[in-house]
Ligand binder design. Structure first.
Ligand SMILES: Cc1ncc(COP(=O)(O)O)c(C=O)c1O
Length: 457
């Protein structure tokens, strides 16, 4: 089919929304390393994980062999409220760049929470409800995950306790109020409400918090309150599984018009949107059916892929969570203030880490002023006001398209536009006022984080 016939937006029909998630681990020769019990350093059993997570989610977490997992009908119905998400041909951006490249983006910001996080929030809340639990606890950084989970819990009638990184709690009062409107209880982290929070506050008085601290608090509350479990918005295998709906839809939409992407780009915080977007394409690559270039984009201020170590580490600052083998800057790493709050986690999904380690994908880091330059350029021509996290992917999509302009290659680029930036206007204001700065940690800055890595062979 010729490119003239490709519409600006490719929508699937409602009955084409995937009915199964795809589990990329089933096709990986080298499986992601198992989570370890921090006390015994042995792989976590389902029973041990069941203290923290819902039973069905534990099953999904440990399942490295089932390629397709049915999406329960109730989750499919919820998906219908905001999916299928459009696949957009960025004709206006292509024109503005003067590139022969064809640029597509999968837009996940079309729901009230404003990001892809809802895809996994509804799944995790559903399994908690099915298990007869009272509620769930979680952490949130920039607030998108907490908002998505609050919406899902409100829909299913579950209690939702959110530990929000203090700096975001203070800087993003409206994000906080959206969560409270959906019925969630929101506590700034670190807080005096948990043992781990009190300990962190004592050791680091005046800290503005981090995702790692907030995770520790949320896990403590879940494991010490009857009828509660902890849920996490990224990093875990189960989250990548739920987010595969992004890639499956994108692929189905592209297949309709015989479009094959050459390069697939996504921002990487803990890896859930990127993992979800690339999953079905990566599956083809792993099975030897097709080849693609995959690029993870992370902030230069929190460069877990590009400067981290592939090692077992804690997912949280309080060191109470299982150990995951991943590219990490060390759980003791406290990132500098960066406006892409959702990309400030010290580690990366074990699945993506293994794929990266095996040379199946690439990673680049970008500085925040160049990210906001790309965000602004994109907003002015494509109309959507992108989230700072998503704008990392935009930056590299533009860079790749400009390389095509130099070489004359007509590459097809697909990137994940994970959300909108309406709650990030303080960051945009800083950029517009010329007050935004870039921070690249020195090796010396990274050392304390690496020194905090547990000794595991
Ligand atoms: C809009 C948006 N995009 C991307 C991310 C990064 O998370 P992940 O790497 O899990 O997709 C976040 C995290 O908060 C986010 O809010």
């Amino acid at each position: 089919m010729s490119s003239e016939k490709i519409p600006y937006k490719i929508y699937l029909e409602e009955n084409e929304i995937p009915k199964q998630w795809y589990n990329v681990r089933a096709d990986m020769k080298n499986k992601p390393a198992p989570l370890l019990n921090p006390a015994t350093l042995k792989p976590m059993t389902a029973e041990e994980l069941g203290v923290v997570f819902c039973d069905e989610l534990v099953k999904q977490e440990l399942d490295d062999t089932t390629a397709y997992i049915d999406i329960p009908a109730e989750i499919q119905d919820f998906y219908k409220m905001y999916r299928p998400a459009p696949l957009v041909r960025a004709y206006c951006l292509e024109k503005a760049l003067g590139t022969p490249a064809k640029i597509y983006y999968k837009f996940e910001g079309n729901n009230t929470s404003g990001s892809h996080k809802l895809n996994s929030a509804i799944a995790q809340a559903y399994y908690a409800k099915k298990q007869g639990l009272k509620g769930v606890t979680t952490e949130t950084g920039a607030g998108q995950w907490g908002t998505a989970l609050s919406m899902a819990c409100a829909y299913l009638g579950l209690d939702c306790k959110v530990y929000m990184v203090k700096v975001s709690y203070e800087q993003k009062p409206f994000r906080r109020e959206v969560m409270r409107t959906y019925g969630a209880e929101v506590t700034p982290s670190p807080s005096e409400t948990t043992n781990v929070g009190r300990k962190i506050l004592k050791e680091h008085p005046g800290t503005t918090g981090s995702l790692g601290c907030a995770i520790s608090e949320a896990v403590e509350v879940a494991t010490t309150n009857e009828g509660y479990r902890y849920v996490l918005g990224s990093v875990l295998n189960q989250v990548l599984l739920h987010q595969s709906v992004i890639g499956l839809e994108a692929k189905a939409a592209m297949d309709k018009y015989n479009i094959k992407p050459d390069i697939i780009i996504g921002c990487a915080g803990g890896g859930s949107n990127l993992g979800g977007l690339i999953s079905p394409f990566m599956g083809e690559k792993l099975r030897g059916e097709n080849d693609y270039r995959f690029i993870a984009v992370e902030p230069a201020s929190c460069p877990s892929f590009t400067r981290g170590k592939f090692a077992y580490d804690f997912c949280d600052t309080g060191m109470i969570c299982p150990l995951a083998k991943m590219y990490t800057l060390g759980s003791g790493f406290i990132p500098s203030a960066n406006h892409a709050g959702g990309l400030r986690f010290h580690g990366m999904s074990s699945t993506l880490s293994q794929l990266y380690h095996d040379g199946l994908m690439e990673a680049v880091s970008v500085e925040q002023t160049s990210v906001f330059e790309a965000a602004t350029q994109f907003a002015r021509v494509e109309g959507i006001l992108p989230a700072p996290e998503s704008s990392h992917a935009i930056r590299v999509a533009i860079d790749e398209a400009l390389k095509c302009k130099e070489t004359g290659e007509e590459k097809t680029i697909l990137f994940g536009l994970t959300g909108t930036g309406y709650f990030d206007m303080v960051a945009y204001q800083k950029y517009n006022d010329g007050e935004m700065s870039d921070f690249i940690p020195t090796d010396e800055d990274l050392k304390p984080g690496f020194d905090s890595l547990p000794k595991v062979d």
